[in-house]
Design a protein around this ligand. Structure first.
Ligand code: GDP
Ligand code: MG
Length: 387
């Protein structure tokens, strides 16, 4: 069989070369992506099969079988499927299969006329995932594995289900605060710790009453910071204690020992602040076990969120609260960060109103919002091309 190799920048050009050289009935034996573009191995239909099923027609009739063929022991018949009578039927079947493959390749090629870039390579998917906020690495990883050619909607469904198995959230019907405990909201200044503490407090008061809840503010540095929490606490009739240092904190915790749930609103610290390690240590040494919840501002960049998580991770984080989701243009970066650090998302906040703009995190909702493709340019371009 005379196999020829054709290489071109894309499958359309490679197929054109095949047709030009070998005619309409050329048999495509293989195709794959190579560094120069696409490589197609093909032969002329008349050549197909020569050298596979029998010796070439110009070979002497008595020529011995190829060395690689196992000798047939005396007294044994030729096994079915390789004997001369079966060979032509097998070859016919193989030929049929190759034709089907060729048609599939050509259909794929036609589809790429409608949705350029979909049929070959994964650059389009990667671009879309990058636009949604995912990191280069995760976009590449996912794009290389997306199996479908059916456009952005299929991509959305597939990626959502692939990521959905790994994004950890509490789920709509579970309230992680229901069992009580001491929870400290930590994170940089301005991410929404105080507002979210108030939202959580309101939620607890509404479901279980004010009698089992207390609040502590360690934010003694900013003017009005404790006042802000005291105002909410006053409305909710929940006691609030100020704590400037470790001794204060333990004193406050002792004073609220009868409350099954304690919310600590901490002082905001930059992820680069030297004091941060001290804050982590103080909460770690507290007289009651403190579960730290890191507030991640959804409007921050992926790099910033990554840096914040790394800085705040010391001694372990119980989970994450994604804040300001209402202001974020995209959420892929948030999903990316919680995935790579394997952090469960407990809550999501969606506005300034206390207590309304608050949700218990659900993977479904988080991914739905992260894959709101309508917002991104690639999907619009896709729809325009597909129309
Ligand atoms: N748009 C929006 N603003 C929020 C959200 N949560 C808090 N904020 C606002 O962000 C600002 C800082 O919030 P604050 O709770 O004081 O942040 P802290 O410094 O971390 O305690 C305030 O103006 C809040 O009203 C939210 O989910 N969405
Ligand atoms: Mg605050």
């Amino acid at each position: 069989m005379k196999v020829r190799r054709f290489v071109a920048a894309n499958s359309r050009q490679a197929l054109a070369k095949v047709k030009e050289a070998l005619g309409e009935d050329a048999i495509i034996l293989a195709n794959r992506e190579v560094s120069e573009g696409v490589e197609i191995l093909a032969c002329h239909e008349d050549d197909f099969g020569h050298g596979l099923d029998s010796a070439p027609s110009n070979a002497p009739a008595s020529s011995s079988p190829p060395e690689s063929a196992p000798p047939i022991p005396p007294g044994h018949s030729v096994p079915r499927g390789v004997g001369p009578s079966d060979s032509s039927a097998a070859m016919e079947a193989l030929l049929g299969e190759v034709r089907t493959l060729r048609q599939a390749l050509e259909r794929r090629h036609e589809l790429s006329d409608v949705l350029p870039g979909l049929s070959l390579g994964d650059a389009r998917w990667r671009e879309a995932l990058r636009e949604l906020g995912f990191s280069k690495g995760l976009a590449k990883f996912l794009a290389e594995r997306i199996p479908s050619l059916d456009g952005p909607e299929a991509m959305r469904v597939w990626v959502k289900s692939a990521l959905g198995r790994h994004v950890q959230t509490m789920g709509e019907n579970q309230d992680p605060l229901a069992t009580g405990g001491v929870f400290a909201l930590v994170g940089p200044t301005g991410v929404g710790k105080t507002t979210t503490t108030a939202k959580l407090a309101a939620r607890i008061v509404l479901s279980r009453g004010a009698g089992r809840l207390a609040m502590i503010s360690t934010d003694g540095y900013r003017i009005g910071a404790q006042e802000q929490l005291r105002t909410y606490a006053g409305i909710l009739r929940v006691p609030v204690f100020g704590a400037r240092d470790e001794a204060d904190l333990n004193h406050a915790l002792a004073a609220v020992a009868d409350r099954d749930t304690v919310l600590i609103d901490t002082v905001g610290m930059s992820q680069r602040d030297q004091m941060l390690a001290e804050q982590v240590a103080v909460l770690g040494r507290a007289s009651r076990t403190v579960q730290r919840l890191l507030c991640l501002n959804a409007t921050s960049s992926l790099e910033t969120l990554d840096e914040v998580v790394k800085a705040y991770s010391g001694a372990g984080l119980a989970g994450v609260i994604v804040t300001k989701m209402d202001e974020a243009a995209r959420l892929g970066h948030v999903v990316d960060v919680v995935l790579r650090h394997r952090l469960p998302v407990w809550f999501m906040t969606t506005g300034q109103r206390v207590p309304e703009d608050f949700e218990v995190a659900s993977t479904e909702v988080l991914l739905d919002r992260a894959f709101d493709l309508a917002q991104i340019g690639v999907a619009q371009a896709w729809s325009a091309e597909a129309a």
